[in-house]
Design a binder for this molecule. Sequence first.
Ligand SMILES: CSC[C@@H](O)[C@@H](O)C(=O)COP(=O)(O)O
Length: 350
Amino acid sequence: MDSAIHPSLRTVEWKDNSVIMIDQTKLPNELVYVKYTDFKDVAEAIRNLIVRGAPAIGVSGAFGLALAALQSKATDRDSLIHDMEEAKKILFETRPTAINLAWGLERIMNVARTAKTVSEIRDAVVREAKITAEEDIQINMRMGKNGSTLFDNNDTIMTHCNAGALATVAYGTALGVIRATRDSGKSIKVIATETRPVMQGSRLTAFELKHDGIDVSLIPDTAVGYSMANGLVSKVIVGADRILATGHVYNKIGTYQVALMAKQHGIPFYVAAPLSTFDMKSTPKDVVIEQRKSTEVTGVAGKKTAPDDIKVINPAFDMTPPELISGIITEAGVAKPPFEESIKKLFAKL
Ligand SMILES: CSC[C@@H](O)[C@@H](O)C(=O)COP(=O)(O)O
């Protein structure tokens, strides 16, 4: 099976001036495609995790803004740019931590600002959004190839959350590396955490890897320590929602615990993310951690599992400091500690 591209599992794509997405909230039970022609619906889809995962959110933001350009009733260039700036704000506010969203939106605005007429803007932004999606595939393939050299025959690789084909347009970031390692002829196994509370690990990662014929075992998040202490894990790989110039990595809540545990057991901990996930300007105090609704924690599958009126803390992401990370895999190469210098060198290659 060619695991590089899954035409039937394209997370998000542009078709006939509309955005088509797989509704990721319905997986693995149903494969449902949704179609949007209004950018506000794309914004809601991002907010409600119909599409999720940093690179896919970036592409969806780009598509959403292209839709906004088509929807606008503006008849002159400046009014259209104004309408797009307003739409950008609405799209941007949906999820604050994944930097790819801001990156995707800015990429489309930059193209719009350089075009001269309403029709030029519309053509240019639709073209650019499609290119953004296509490039994502190529970037993931390069990342996969770069990362696969870090993994060995008979490795058992732990991953957390879903950094896969359903998180990106195809191939995936962390799962792209896993796929590329398998495709290079190495025999590997994967341990996927459930990733409470929204279960991206069981609903998406386990689903995808099983679909690809990769040996995957699912564990509760609470079994990370047990698995490592009992020699069940040889390496860890995760994706990222934002990486700072210093190598601080923001990823799904629980990643920090996994990284600490890996350090304790001497297990290499890798991160895979495209350069569009890097935020070279912010420091940790600038990064907003998305807080999600309490019902994600007070119930399971629609059934209440907590007392009424309980206080809940439900951050969607945490920060893993650079000293816990063995390498950051990108399409331009692998950054190694000390990260500041190494990351700069990757950007210099662009
Ligand atoms: C490929 S994005 C990085 C992932 O590891 C993970 O944090 C993620 O999927 C983002 O979370 P989500 O809240 O599902 O959008």
